[in-house]
Design a protein around this ligand. Structure first.
Ligand code: GLY
Length: 349
């Protein structure tokens, strides 16, 4: 069963053969190039090739996988390959991969000859529900994540849940944190549905993904450049990014979703501590048992707590030197902002 949401641009959820192929033939692009990394070249490109009868003729650009390669050097190789393939302004770049491929491929397409169309085909749950939607594109620079980039919406996004079968359990759980976030921000029916999930492998992604994506794309549509409401999508991410960065140095780094799940819990607890009245679903006694079904939250020592606070002070969402945390408001898709002091944060531990 395919479903196509049409808020910002077509978002097809279902088989690529059903959604992507007819869309492509209606567009009449002069040339098409596909960007992959070594993993999606091996595990995802053959599936796309099978769905697309003419794909054999398309040049493939292969870049090394991973956040460490999401940089200007890799962009230079992509831009050079786009010139070598003689792409004109009516060409299309298809980004087949997770968040790194989508963010960097989109950035290269948005800047090549002042911009050509690109399509996102996310292959991880994290990118299907978050990174591929909303047009945030970019690369890391001077060790800062997504420091250089642009906002530019893709021509379309096509999600085939077949790719989720290729993911390890931990990667699936990582993306699931963003699904939980979207449910908490704006879809009480999805939240109810998620309560019944014990095993992510058995979850009905064709039901979950359109609802999760509808929350995000509805918010992006109202505030594409994050001047206001879009910041609610950062729920869990101020503390979560600090946790992710802190654990990056450890022998067992946390995934993005593990850090964000923990971040959501701590940010809710902090808002409560600061006297905010939270919707029932954000109350730590409701959130904790649900999140602990999927995630384990390590114990924090005093030194780690201090490091987290220091890292939170580098957060790019801060303003006037104050840490800013955004949480869902009292009704769906509204936002509240809290500005905790150090002693508020320390009181959580
Ligand atoms: N990941 C949050 C956003 O796209 O705004």
């Amino acid at each position: 069963m395919s479903s196509v949401l049409q808020p910002l641009h077509p978002i097809g959820i279902g088989s690529l053969a059903t959604n992507l192929v007819p869309w492509l033939s209606a567009q009449r692009y002069s040339r098409i190039v596909v960007l992959v990394d070594e993993h999606t070249a091996e595990f995802c490109w053959p599936y796309l090739l099978h769905a697309l009868p003419q794909a054999k003729a398309w040049p493939l650009i292969v870049v090394p996988s991973g956040e460490l390669n999401k940089n200007l050097r890799t962009c230079q190789t992509i831009w050079a390959d786009l010139f070598e393939a003689e792409l004109d302004r009516k060409s299309l770049l298809i980004n087949l991969g997770g968040g790194v491929i989508g963010d960097m491929g989109g950035f290269c397409a948005a800047t090549y000859k002042r911009g050509i169309d690109f399509v996102q085909i996310p292959t991880t749950l994290l990118s299907a529900t978050d990174a591929a939607i909303g047009g945030k594109l970019g690369i890391d620079f001077l060790n800062l994540k997504n420091a250089i980039g642009v906002f530019q919406q893709p021509a379309a996004v096509f999600i085939d849940t077949f790719f989720l079968n290729t993911l390890p359990d931990r990667e699936l759980r990582s993306g699931f944190a963003e699904v939980i976030k979207h449910a908490l921000i704006g879809d009480p029916i999805l939240w109810q549905y998620l309560q019944g999930i014990e095993n992510l492998r058995a979850a009905d992604w064709n039901y979950i993904l359109p609802r999760s994506i509808a929350v995000k794309s509805g918010i992006v549509e109202q505030d594409p450049h994050e001047q206001g409401l879009r910041a609610v999508l950062n729920y869990g991410h101020t503390i979560g990014h600090a946790i992710e960065s802190h654990w990056l140095e450890s022998p067992s780094p946390l995934t993005h979703g593990e850090a964000i799940a923990w971040g959501m819990l701590l940010e809710s607890a902090l808002a409560l501590y600061k006297g905010n009245i939270l919707q029932q679903t954000l109350q730590p006694e409701v959130l904790t048992p649900f999140l602990e079904r999927f995630y384990t939250f390590p114990v924090l020592d005093v030194q780690s707590v201090a490091t987290l606070w220091a890292l939170m002070q580098q957060d790019k969402k801060n303003s006037n030197g104050r840490v800013r945390i955004t949480l869902p408001g009292e009704s769906a898709t509204t936002m509240r902002v809290i500005e905790p002091e150090e002693h508020d944060f320390l009181s959580l531990f």
